[in-house]
Every structure is written in structure tokens, then in C-alpha cells.
Ligand binder design. Structure first.
Ligand SMILES: [Zn+2]
Length: 142
């Protein structure tokens, strides 16, 4: 079976002052990740680095390339996700280091494996926001 993009709901994000730059980036088709002035990216967006609370933090665009770190196929989703089941919930490890919880889309079930190269895609509504999700990189395993 195929895990299609259009099965997943477009959940309106909860945008606040800290997360606004990241959602604005996603609406432009850019994956932004917090950059700590001590020299590394981290996830999730917040106003301080969990390892270096004194260091400056700025949103930084990353490649959008990653590999699947872990995944599961959800057969009994809750709330808005109930009609979407089965779907894939995964952690992907960005090329820049952080691990991000996301959905894997545009993917055949037989393709799914830890270590699969994936790339970000943005699913949005009206251009004002979009949700980053990940799909297999072209030619990775098809
Ligand atoms: Zn840091």
C-alpha cells in the first residue's frame, strides 16, 4: 500500500512568538531549525538552547535532507488523524543533526526502513502556513 499525502489532515499549527519564524519559513517552502551560537542546530524551536542557555539562538535554513531514524505505522489514529489511518509517524534525523518527529508520505509500505533517505515536503492550506513532512528522496529505493 501507499502512504499518500492527501490522507493526512492539515492541522492548523499553534503559532506563537517563538515558533512564528519557523512557520513563516515553512509557508515559503523553507525548513528552518534553531541554530545555537555555540555551534549546532537543535530541535524543537525554543528561545534558548537546552545545552547552552546563554548562547544566542537564531532560525537557520537547513537542507531538508534526512534519513528515517525510527518509524511506526499508526492503524488507529486519534482525533483529526483517525480517518487518515494507516499512516506513518516517524523520527527523521536531519543531515544537520537534529531528530524531528514527522509523517512519512508519498511512500510505499515496502519502502519503509530505518536509514531510508528522505526529503522535506510542505503541505499547506492557503499559503499562510504549511506543515513540513518527509518523503523518500528520488531514486532512493524505488
Ligand atoms: Zn547549544
Amino acid at each position: 500500500m501507499t502512504f499518500d499525502t492527501d490522507r493526512l489532515p492539515l492541522v492548523v499549527p499553534d503559532i506563537d512568538d517563538v515558533t512564528a519564524p519557523y512557520w513563516a519559513g515553512a509557508a515559503r517552502g523553507e525548513l528552518l531549525v534553531p541554530w545555537c551560537a555555540a555551534g549546532h542546530h537543535f530541535w524543537i524551536p525554543r528561545s534558548f538552547c537546552p545545552d547552552h542557555p546563554e548562547a544566542a539562538v537564531t532560525p537557520a535554513q537547513v537542507s531538508g535532507l534526512a534519513v528515517i531514524y525510527s518509524f511506526t505505522v499508526i492503524h488507529n489514529g486519534e482525533g483529526q488523524f483517525a480517518p487518515a489511518a494507516p499512516y506513518v509517524l516517524a523520527y527523521v534525523e536531519l543531515d544537520e543533526g537534529p531528530r524531528v518527529m514527522t509523517n512519512i508520505v508519498d511512500c510505499e509500505e515496502r519502502e519503509l526502513r530505518i536509514g531510508l533517505p528522505v526529503e522535506v515536503v510542505f503541505h499547506g492550506d492557503d499559503g499562510s502556513w504549511a506543515i513540513p513532512r518527509f518523503r523518500p528522496q528520488d531514486g532512493s529505493s524505488r
